[in-house]
Design a protein around this ligand. Structure first.
Ligand SMILES: NC(=O)c1ccc[n+]([C@@H]2O[C@H](COP(=O)([O-])OP(=O)(O)OC[C@H]3O[C@@H](n4cnc5c(N)ncnc54)[C@H](OP(=O)(O)O)[C@@H]3O)[C@@H](O)[C@H]2O)c1
Length: 438
């Protein structure tokens, strides 16, 4: 068997330790399949003394990521530290500039610096692999980068954050509030101590930015994504959705339009019984619509040490099997200097059905006034449901749920501005887009 492939792993947390364990436990199988042994020769993390439940015997400890990234005893630098900037950025860049292939699970880093890092990798004839960065164990990067090369993709979408999907699933199944479910997710280790990035949709946006670039051959542009998290979703929304035949999911969706690429992350109503509605808990799903293959969807574990390590190990094996001059092609599916600028389509051009929940003071003529405001914007209503309740001051108030037929975001916003100016509105209306995927 030819020379072993020497791996340096920076970051020994959930994913890094799972990867070390996987490479050690499946040594023989990996060597057989790759045609050469794979061995971890160097590691680094913040704390040298932490017990990580893995054996680091015979593995060189490096005090900083840069020293590991440039070590002469490393062929592949595996970045499992996280974070969009230092030390991940410099370490990955130095590794590539020192002739090392790179594997990373870091979507935040790639969303910000991916084009630059891909360019360096290409110039150096190296591989930059990042299967673990999007949807954990689901091998969607390889599918989009390699298997769908002969397709023109029209839309890529999915449930890309397990924490948010877990929270929404628990809210529906157990009738718990958003806050209760978040606390539960944190206790179970699904959500970070600071969950902002997950629940505000940023993590989904980072993954969607990478998928968008692969789908449409555009530069990675996380800032061009319209972003709404799940913090404003209430039990009332979840229950009303279910009564009307929908389920609420946090989706990332990128669509090719005549005006450019429309990328958005927001809670959406998906029809009960649809494939995407059935994705529960921490599971992720990615759907691709393309001209030649048609529609496909992949689902599976979107996070967790083992699932993510599985994806990273696949990336390492691809490197083990590659030979100089016979590699698997550019990191972003096409040479980085051929990516076109990401032209952002205005969000307000988005067309589709809408769920609107608003509370109004219940006086005669209210329903008619709302219907008039909708009609003024050419919005046709599929259903309008009213439930009468009393607030603490005994004021008659009426929660009203509207489901519209296809219309535009602009029309909905104009109609709601009209309802607001009529002076009957209590609080802010909730507006959730209805999506039918696949
Ligand atoms: N967890 C998942 O399910 C999952 C899924 C998909 C992708 N990812 C991505 O995988 C990456 C790692 O995630 P994780 O969950 O494994 O993170 P984690 O458990 O927080 O581990 C991070 C590791 O990086 C080390 N580290 C942090 N800052 C460092 C620094 N300045 N220098 C050297 N080492 C440093 C930490 O060292 P100490 O242990 O000494 O503190 C720790 O070992 C992230 O990019 C994440 O987005 C994670």
């Amino acid at each position: 068997m030819s020379n072993s492939l020497r791996i340096g792993i920076a970051g020994l947390g959930t994913v890094g330790t799972a990867l070390v364990r996987l490479i050690q436990e499946k040594q023989e199988m990996l060597a057989d399949r790759c045609g050469r042994a794979i061995s971890v020769t160097g590691v680094t993390a913040r704390s040298r003394n932490k017990d990580r439940g893995i054996s680091l015997d015979g593995i060189t400890w490096h005090d900083d990521a840069n020293s590991l990234a440039t070590s002469k005893d490393v062929d592949v630098f595996v970045e499992m530290m996280g974070g969009e900037d230092e030390p991940a950025y410099s370490a990955v860049k130095s590794a590539l500039q020192s002739g090392k292939h790179v594997v990373t699970a870091n979507k935040a880093l790639l969303a910000k610096h991916g084009v630059e890092l891909a360019s360096i990798a290409e110039a150096e004839g190296l591989l930059l692999n990042y299967e673990a960065a999007v949807a954990g164990g689901i091998p969607i990067i390889k599918v989009m980068r390699e298997s769908l090369t002969a397709n023109t993709v029209t839309r890529v979408s999915g449930i890309l954050n397990g924490t948010c999907n877990y929270i929404l699933t628990r809210m529906e199944q157990d009738g718990l509030t958003f806050e209760e479910c978040l606390k539960d997710a944190q206790e179970l280790g699904f959500a970070e101590a600071d969950p902002t990035f997950d629940i505000e949709g940023n993590d989904t946006a980072h993954k969607l930015a990478l998928l968008t670039s692969l789908a449409f051959g555009t530069a990675i542009a996380p800032d061009a994504i319209y972003l709404e998290g799940i913090t404003k979703i209430t039990i009332e929304d979840i229950e009303a959705a279910r009564d009307l035949g929908f389920r609420i999911k946090l989706l990332g969706i990128a669509t090719r339009t005549a005006e450019g690429v429309e990328s958005r992350v927001h809670p959406a109503m998906v029809p009960l019984g649809s494939e995407i509605a059935e994705i529960g808990g921490v599971t992720n799903a990615v759907a691709v619509e393309a001209d030649t293959v048609g529609s496909l969807m992949m689902s599976g574990p979107g996070a967790g040490g083992d699932a993510t390590a599985s994806a990273a190990a696949g990336d390492i094996c691809d490197i083990a099997k590659s030979r100089p001059g016979h590699q698997h092609g550019p990191a972003l599916g096409q040479p980085a200097n051929t990516l076109t600028p990401h032209e952002r389509a205005p969000m307000r051009s988005h067309a589709g059905g809408y769920f609107i929940r608003l509370t109004v003071v219940d006086t005669p003529g209210t329903m008619a006034a709302i219907a008039t405001r909708m009609a003024e914007q050419d919005i046709s209503l599929e259903s309008i449901v009213q439930r009468r309740t009393k607030d603490h001051d005994d004021i008659e108030q009426a929660p009203i749920i509207l489901i519209t037929h296809e219309t535009t975001e602009q029309a909905i916003r104009n109609a709601l501005d009209g309802v607001r100016s009529d002076g009957r509105l209590i609080g802010e209306p909730q507006m959730i887009r209805i999506e039918t995927l696949g």
